[in-house]
Ligand binder design. Structure first.
Ligand SMILES: Nc1ncnc2c1ncn2[C@@H]1O[C@H](COP(=O)(O)OP(=O)(O)O)[C@@H](O)[C@H]1O
Ligand SMILES: [Mg+2]
Length: 304
């Protein structure tokens, strides 16, 4: 679908729950609802938004559709690097399975049932966020020594792989080093997801750059099938799983504004909320500006 078609089809109110589907409900993530289609899964992205790992009471209208359509675009871009969990004919799968609701289709993917690896595969090309905090304390990120004298948001000499554990709901993922990652998934798979994550990051950085954005860092998830084959799963290279900066606002020594929840985070920080549920309601202008940010990222990528 084109950017204009997607933008025109977005709902005006946020859809934060998915009710009335006939399929068995398997699980709720922070953002997505997972249904069992028997031989496949239906992954539905709601308009929910989480900040500091807490789900906010207000959603962002259309966010689920925007992020799903962006993931579909990236899955096509990355197909030469690694196969992914999408069943090949998405429109055909929807009609075969009786999913005719247009809003639901836009926010959904029909995917293979795979076994997610128990690590989150983070790749970084810039020194920001938890990487910057760690570097200031130890000169390292996830056990990887970096040159001295780097500034906040500096580009790294090479992209690095900085995986984390997959923490249960409500807890924070913890950074791990190569040895810990190898212990969790095994040496062969670890080497493979490390190399693949770095290759995907490089491709993502290049395409984002052509679209006027910097891909500072991102998180991938991988899964295996019964035969042990590796697939890219989940969402990919969205503002929820990645940190994108507008290239023309980038400068080291500061934290550039990003294409996601920056307004929401700034608003919540100003309120001095203790970051424990329940989270406060969001004002309408914060919701509108956040939706515009998500749309701008989609427009930059696929609207050219
Ligand atoms: N193809 C797949 N097979 C099985 N599980 C998947 C697949 N793709 C994604 N998942 C899982 O579905 C969930 C997506 O929901 P999400 O709202 O992102 O959850 P979370 O709060 O864990 O981020 C994740 O736990 C992810 O690991
Ligand atoms: Mg997720």
């Amino acid at each position: 679908m084109t950017y204009a078609e997607i933008a025109a089809a977005l709902p005006t109110t946020a859809r934060t729950s998915i009710d009335g589907l006939a399929f068995p409900h398997l699980a709720s993530g922070k953002v997505r609802e997972i249904f069992d289609l028997g031989d496949a899964l239906l992954l539905v992205a709601t308009d929910r938004l989480s900040a500091f790992d807490v789900i906010l009471p207000d959603g962002i209208p259309g966010k689920g559709a925007i992020l799903t359509q962006m993931s579909l675009w990236w899955f096509a871009q990355t197909a030469g690097v690694i196969q992914n969990h999408l069943l090949p004919d998405q429109p055909g799968e929807f009609s075969r399975r009786g999913i005719h609701d247009r809003d639901l289709q836009l926010r959904s993917m029909i995917v293979r049932k795979l076994k997610p690896l128990a690590i989150e595969c983070v790749a970084r090309g810039y020194l920001i966020g938890s990487g910057w905090s760690s570097y200031q304390k130890t000169g390292q990120v996830c056990g990887i020594p970096l040159p001295p004298g780097l500034r906040q948001a500096d580009r790294l000499p090479e992209p690095i792989f900085t995986p984390t554990t997959k923490a249960p709901k409500g807890q924070h993922d913890e950074p791990i080093n190569d040895a810990q990652g190898t212990a969790i998934v095994g040496a062969a798979l670890y080497e493979k997801v490390k190399a693949t994550s770095l290759a995907l990051y490089r491709l993502g950085h290049e395409r984002a750059h052509a679209a006027g954005m910097i891909l500072a860092d991102t998180k991938f998830e991988f899964g295996t099938d019964a035969a042990g084959r590796l697939f890219l799963i989940d969402e990919v290279l969205t503002p929820d799983s990645s940190r994108y900066w507008p290239a023309d606002h980038y400068a080291p020594d500061q934290s550039p504004p990003s294409y996601d929840k920056q307004f929401v985070r700034d608003h919540l920080l100003a309120l001095k909320w203790d970051q424990k549920p329940p989270a406060p309601r969001l004002p309408a202008d914060v919701i509108a500006r956040t939706q515009e940010k998500y749309l701008a990222a989609l427009r930059n990528l696929i609207g050219r």
